[in-house]
Design a protein around this ligand. Sequence first.
Ligand SMILES: *Cc1c(COP(=O)(O)O)cnc(C)c1O
Length: 395
Amino acid sequence: MSRLLDDLQADLAGLRRQSLLRSRRSNALPCGPWAEVDGRRLLSFCSNDYLGLAGAPELAAALAAGAQRWGTGSGASHLVSGHYDCHDELERQLAGFVGCERALYFSTGYMANSGVIPALVGRGDAVFADRLNHASLVDGMLLSRAETHRYPHADCAALESRLVASTAKRKLIVTDSVFSMDGDIAPLAELLALAERHDAWLMVDDAHGFGVLGPQGRGALVSLGLASWRLIYVGTLGKAAGVSGAFAAGQADVVEWLLQKARTYIFTTGAPPALAQALLASLALIRDGDERRAHLALLIATLQARLAGSRWRLLPSSTPIQPLVIGDNAAAVTVAQGLMEAGLWVPAIRPPTVPAGSARLRISLSAAHSLEDVHRLADALADQERDLGGKRPAS
Ligand SMILES: *Cc1c(COP(=O)(O)O)cnc(C)c1O
């Protein structure tokens, strides 16, 4: 006798009733501006493939060559025997690229974030986290068992008063660099100044900045000229880098400590060396990617210019994440469905992922888009605006 399955099925039915059941759409094409879902071609503005590298033939060739050279699996965890020359080379190059002494390559960004925080702080310590931080940072914070303080988004004054009041042994400030649902950038220089003033670490998750921000795409810290032993930088490699994986970088002893203590690094099989080989090729494309970044900047400026007169407001963002606030949940879904019928795929993001009343279309742009693609999106949005006509926006 058990109610386990009955309860679970009732809960699933509940999600379905509230339209909260999530489902996946299967794409028949490789990652790129065009998708094919249920036999329909769609122009997609969903991916985090900001430089258009996920489908780049050079990287597919590097991955294939990597597999020829290294086979498929690593065979063991990094600390046993699953660590290869190309992993070392990748870590050396990543560290240099983002201006840190040393880097440690993790299998995913989720694992980097959920492993780094518990390695640095524990019981008796405190984590100070921006309220809009990514779920992987939240989970790392919970796993650490440190006391947690979530401060209002980008609010340095609120953060400082919490730092002042804290009697914790060790303090860690944690923030996204570019916030994934808003596209805005954290006040990193001010956060580092606070870390210095209150003797804290500062961990920066640059998932959406690596490859995009700064000279040669070297990321958020280099773009602001920030360097300090207090900084722990996390870059992810499945977004602009177009492959998969992540790395934590910082002062050499800090990274040595992560290697000794991060459980998500230690207790997992090393990532396939062929991926590291593909990532070395990706890094070269990122480094030489000024044209891609310039094109992306042009797309962003074009979208902003085209939507300037819209009844819907683009959030102020200089990054490829351009959220268009619709406000009302049902209206956001209606607009996304209308776009889908017109052959455009743009995700509608609703509460609780974003605050109530700020349901939005999360438009994300990629260097693989053409100017024409962006005009097509703007035209389709204008059609939607007209179709919803008469009705005023839910403020
Ligand atoms: C995507 C993302 C991650 C997770 O990285 P994965 O490599 O996809 O696991 C972490 N932080 C932020 C802000 C992200 O957007």
